[in-house]
Design a protein around this ligand. Structure first.
Ligand SMILES: Cc1cc2nc3c(=O)[nH]c(=O)nc-3n(C[C@H](O)[C@H](O)[C@H](O)COP(=O)(O)OP(=O)(O)OC[C@H]3O[C@@H](n4cnc5c(N)ncnc54)[C@H](O)[C@@H]3O)c2cc1C
Length: 562
């Protein structure tokens, strides 16, 4: 008897097989700027298809362990990670995934666009990184915070180093057991050590990448008032001078047994007079300083969502080309094509949001006040919108594989498990929606926080009116409704009815922003004879803003969507 064995999914080169990524790089960097980035993108892409894929698999199948005591009862608190995790660590440094926006030659080559190139690196590497993208996000956030706080020196140099033997990553210790969203409840305290340093005492409940060399921890300095704004970020060296044993007073109580991100060692940490130094004036409210880090990690979260969606699509497409059902290949079945086409449109939308947010970050870091104002709202919108899209898409990707999608060693279940963290950490969907309300009502006379976004929506609808009239009308109508609802929300953001509707409003804003971004790109591409982006924009807008059933279009135009 011949036994049937299904061919598993393969991976095309993620750089050359992603026309959306290449198109956006051409537009945002200019063709010369993109050409200057090509070699590093192609190099990383080649590694993703080979050694990093293997390292990813190794790290996923050999999760980290914590050994608290040695055989003789000595406290050792050793976190062991796999060879695959170490390979990812080295790759992150070598490919400058954190370092790039801080390198003077990259800033000279691309200016603010260095953040765009960094997003491209994350997009290619993140899904095959065994979630090493998590310590990378926190290291980038810490580097941004140190840079902004003017704390140059050894730690910053190591965070942005490309030598794997020297480079370090950072943790970020905010969450405590009594409240992750409500950090006002934090009980970790900081007191001067009498010699110019500070000592931290308290428990931190979720400390990812606990193997990192340092962490940025929130603590309340002695004498500071209550509330979240009076918390201050401190840099905590994780290890003693030998670089191996925990810093005096620091205990890793246990590692979390998590649904996903299993290669990442996430610890519960006790601090008992642990040495630290402040990253903001300990005599003044410091949470605003910490937000520099949080904005960066939120953007990395959006990049992880968008990258994961694109990679899930690649695997599902590959499988559909191989798997046959009653009437032929899955890839030829109209209903399956419509399913995959919808996923392609969503992946395109998530990518546009994440890339836009990175582009704004780069401009804001180069002193562009308008970009900084736009980023205030775009960051939470990008994070919350892509997080929800990623979970919904991951569920579909699993289903595209039928029963195989539910079987561990296909590697597919991980897509769903790992996607589920995206709407949780760095602010749940609801918490970010409340932040969106705050952003909307900011500005001198209130309500001005939405102005850059509304201008962008109106401009995109106007520009699209000539080429894509029905589609542009749908965006214009959605913008009018949003402008009215934003005005109501901004007028009284604490009204219980406004608060109850915050998530719905935030998601509508996120979908509308995505529509505008896709339309902007479509207009640029059409001038170069590429109509594919216009199709993606149209289908996104008709589906998400017009609530239309576009299934037949998804099937008919399938080849152009992928
Ligand atoms: C895998 C993983 C890794 C993590 N790594 C880290 C890390 O490295 N460092 C770190 O500091 N934290 C980390 N976290 C913690 C994470 O940031 C928190 O879990 C998250 O912020 C939510 O906080 P919480 O768990 O206390 O939930 P809660 O704040 O108790 O939330 C419970 C529910 O209440 C809702 N809610 C809370 N406040 C509001 C509000 N104002 N309005 C409406 N609804 C609200 C939330 O949406 C949620 O549904 C990690 C979490 C996970 C899952």
């Amino acid at each position: 008897m011949t036994r049937f064995v299904q061919t598993g999914p393969s991976l095309r080169d993620p750089y050359t097989a992603d026309p959306q990524l290449r198109g956006w790089l051409d537009r945002l960097l200019g063709e010369d700027g993109h050409a200057a980035a090509k070699e590093r993108l192609a190099d990383l892409s080649a590694e993703v298809m080979g050694p990093l894929r293997a390292a990813h698999h190794d790290a996923e199948t050999h999760p980290p362990t914590l050994t608290r005591f040695d055989a003789w009862g000595n406290r050792v608190e050793r976190v062991d990670t796999s060879a695959g995790w170490q390979a990812q660590r080295a790759a992150a440094a070598r490919h400058a995934v954190v370092a790039l926006p801080y390198q003077s030659d990259a800033r000279a080559a691309w200016g603010p666009g260095a953040r765009v190139v960094q997003h491209a690196l994350l997009h290619l590497w993140g899904p095959e990184s065994a979630t090493f993208s998590c310590p990378v996000a926190m290291a980038d956030g810490a580097a941004a915070l140190l840079t902004q706080a003017g704390v140059q020196g050894a730690w910053l140099a190591k965070l942005v180093c490309t030598d794997p033997a020297v480079a370090v990553t950072s943790g970020q210790w905010m969450t405590e057991s009594q409240g992750g969203s409500d950090i006002a409840r934090s009980t970790t305290t900081a007191r001067p050590d009498g010699r110019g340093g500070w000592l931290l005492t308290g428990d931190k409940w979720f400390c990812s990448a606990i193997d990192s060399a340092m962490a940025v921890a929130l603590a309340r300095p002695e004498g500071a008032g209550p509330g979240s704004r009076n918390l201050v970020p401190f840099l905590v060296p994780r290890y003693a001078a030998d670089g191996r044993t925990p810093a005096p007073g620091l205990q890793v109580l246990r590692l979390k047994d998590k649904l996903g991100t299993r290669a990442v060692p996430t610890g519960e940490v006790r601090l008992d007079d642990v040495a630290a130094f402040p990253l903001a004036d300990p005599g003044a409210p410091g949470l605003a300083t910490m937000m520099t880090l949080v904005v960066v990690t939120r953007l990395h979260n959006a990049a992880a969502a968008a990258g994961g969606m694109r990679r899930g699509l690649e695997y599902a497409l590959s499988y559909a080309a191989e798997r046959t059902i009653a009437d032929g290949r899955l890839a030829d079945n109209p209903l399956h094509r419509a399913t995959l086409g919808g996923l392609a449109v969503d992946a395109a939308g998530a990518f546009a949001l994440a890339m836009h947010a990175f582009a704004l970050l780069g401009r804001a870091e180069h002193g562009d006040a308008a970009a900084a104002a736009e980023l205030r709202l775009a960051a939470p919108l990008a994070k919350l919108t892509t997080g929800r899209l990623a979970v919904a898409s991951a569920s579909e990707y699993l289903e595209c594989f039928g029963g195989a999608g539910y079987v561990e060693d296909t590697g597919i279940p991980r897509l769903l498990r790992d996607a589920q963290v995206l709407p949780i950490w760095e602010g749940t969907t609801n918490v970010l929606s409340v932040d969106v309300l705050r952003a909307l009502s900011s500005g001198l006379s209130g309500g001005e926080g939405a102005a850059p976004l509304l201008h962008r929506l109106i401009a995109a609808a106007d520009a699209g009116a000539h080429r894509l009239p029905g589609v542009a009308d749908a965006l214009a109508a959605a913008t009018r409704r949003l402008a009215a609802d934003v005005a109501t929300a901004a007028a009284d953001p604490r009204d219980p009815r406004v608060v109850a509707g915050a998530r719905e409003l935030a998601l509508r804003l996120g979908h509308a922003l995505t529509a505008a971004l896709l339309l902007e790109h479509a207009a640029w591409a059409a001038e170069r004879g590429d109509e594919r982006p216009a199709l993606l924009a149209s289908l996104w807008i008709l589906r998400r803003l017009g609530q239309a059933d576009v299934s037949a279009d998804l099937h008919e135009h399938f080849a152009q969507l992928i």
